[in-house]
Design a binder for this molecule. Sequence first.
Ligand code: ZN
Ligand code: ZN
Length: 363
Amino acid sequence: MQISAQISRFHGAGTPFEVCKVPVAPNPDNILVRVSLATICGSDLHTISGRRGAETPCVLGHEAVGTIAAPTHFRTPTGKPLREGERVTWSLMASCGTCDYCVNRSLPQKCDTLFKYGHARSEGSTTLSGGFAEYIQLHPGTAIYHIPDTMTDAEAVPVNCAFATVVNGLAAIGTQPNEAAVIHGAGMLGIYAACYLREQGYDPVAIVDINEGRLQIAKRFGATHTFNPDKMSIEEIDAALKGLTNGRGVDLGVEVSGVTSGLPNLITWLAVGGRCLTLGYVYPNAHAAVDAHHLVTKCVTLRGVHNYHYTALGTALRFVAEYRSRYPFAELIGHTYPLADINTAFEHAMRQEAHRIAITPGE
Ligand SMILES: [Zn+2]
Ligand SMILES: [Zn+2]
């Protein structure tokens, strides 16, 4: 069987995507997946605007779901066989399972021989390595999960980047029922953090953003209080948060805005003994100035976490399956474009009107 794939190629910041056809070379070591839906993540926008580098030409896109397109011997992380025609999602990266990071440090996302989808140079065996293409070839060491039949592609698609990252970060910093949380940033990660913390028993779950529309959406995802720093000073928000916590301040701060004021704001709002998780600074030179005196005198725990251990993807998928009737996950996906219109899709995503703009490569 000789098949070809329509793919998009990124050639560098300021250059339009090229959409072209390439032959699909069968590779028994990989698993071939036909991509049904892929979303434009904030980090894709960092890449196309040049804030962070990429090897070019590159097939971008790492938030994606699809259907297994050829027989395979691959299995899920829990050992279930994977069959042609089944709907799947997969970890952002492939890792070796044998190096020090994989075995001893529980950081497979930092594997010595890490391969990240949507980041590699598109050539040879990595020609089909991103989501903005009709097919993707997944490598050994990728955690592939079935998408539950009850879950739509739209509900599942951002889970393998945004939600799995949130689940992993919150597991790393630790959560406790009846604590107070404040989330800095009501983008995709902030929305997922809000509903996840609510279901972990957090109250209040406050969220901070300068975008009123996003704050309104956050309320539908479990946020109990919203604050807009364009309308209130940092000190006024501090006073409001102390009013919600018997004067203590918040126990857990979550930085997902990526703006450098986020970290110092959260340190200001934390209680004595508070913990701060930062996930948002995925671009270089994100210098944030904090009053380190507060870190010391409030005995603050600060934790940075990048990407995720693949088991977090399984947890995030189960969460969406369980709570899909309580939270309108599918509504986070805005307009959907065919792959041929990828340049228009990125222009739309740059306007930040919706949490995610989607592309349907396999149509
Ligand atoms: Zn992403
Ligand atoms: Zn490894």
